[in-house]
Write a protein that binds this ligand. Sequence first.
Ligand code: AMP
Ligand code: ZN
Length: 470
Amino acid sequence: MLKLYNTLSRKKETFYPIEKWVVRLYTCGPTVYDFAHIGNFRSYIFGDLLKRYLKYLGYKVIHVMNITDVDDKTIAGARDNNLPLHQFTDKYIEAFLKDIKILNIQEPDFMPRATEHLDEMIKIIKVLLDKGFAYKKDGSVYFRISSFPKYGELSQIPIADSKTSRLADSDEYGKENVADFALWKLKKENEPYWDTEIGAGRPGWHIECSAMSMKYLGETFDVHAGGNDLIFPHHENEIAQSESFSGKKFVNFWLHCSHLIVNGEKMSKSKGNFYTLRDLLSMGFDPMDIRFLLISTHYRNVLNFTFESLNQANASLKRIKDFLYEIDTKKFPEGENPEIKEIINKAKNKFEKGLNDDLNISIALTAIFESITEIYKFINFNHLFEEDKKNIKNFLSSINNVLGILPEKSIHELPEHIISKIKEREEARKKKDFEKADAIRDELFSMGIILEDAKDGVRWKIIKKEDLYL
Ligand code: AMP
Ligand code: ZN
């Protein structure tokens, strides 16, 4: 039974979706004015782990992630670069899609863009105006939080406290209450705007997530996730406007991940203490090591980023890859050892028990490493057989569907001509014909296959999957 910590109740609750075996999931996506940093990716990888585990449990998952392609930052970026808004944001949308592919984050089923959902937003705002939940002031439209008694339930911040200055944009003067938030912002000079029934202007950030989530997932859906900096005001506001609009509960489970920090401070663009994926790749780090690092701390714990921890992630992942290589490349005697099945079952149960407990990744990973240690003993004493190898590989492949940290193909699944090239290079190395060995290495590299020479043989990995010529 899966239990998830629901921010709304501040408790771990047994997870049931509204529709049997179908989960409707919304995760807040990027604001596309720059490259995402690995702090952002911690949030997206957490969403990915959740989604992959739900699928592992047999659920069909419908996943929506918005793209914020109009807000103060995107508008400022487009202006500074002398580009139309779309042209400016397209570059970062493309980069984001590439980054998530490199990090093995499964693409959401829907990635709606704010600028393509103006009609849906206007429809909600009109209903809120009609019902008295919103009011117009100087060409903008604001949500009246005093009309929504549950305001503050998610963040547990009383309305009185929420009247802090950080809520009030400088251009939002004249509101009835300083904590009221903008649904629609009056057009400003030299800024993109839309001519609509409620006036000329552009949408506020919060309304976009309400409009796009309800469009693709319905007025009540199962899970809404994001970083915990979004609890207030973003998610609090989403609840207020969505529930006032529909008269129904908006979301059953609110899940939030903690931050990635550097030297005790949140990694963020404004602090300038951030690394993008590109930064780390250009320093020679492997994307799967980065993924492993981001996934291996429980999502509700703060993750302190250091290069040492990235090297540790590399070493941990190498242990799994070495093990896989060992059993993949060895031929074992025909037959089966029932003890191996037991080890696998034990590991599988522990893996599931861990993840069922609010995605306790430490227990899940321990289960894997313990089973590897145990199975090595059987290999060393020649008590491992071909059938065991198959079972072990199936087990590792099923857990990798959840973690997404290993290459999808094993060496034997590479096409014959590539395997024979790898063997040819091995032969050349043995004969100390390094010129030939290097030439083959370069040829394979151009096909997207990187070879790594290890003590016990050669390992390989695929880069640039999309360009791979096989
Ligand atoms: P933004 O592009 O700033 O709107 O953020 C996109 C997502 O990344 C949101 O879900 C944020 O909560 C999350 N996020 C931003 N910074 C961090 C961080 N340092 N650690 C974890 N998540 C973060
Ligand atoms: Zn959002």
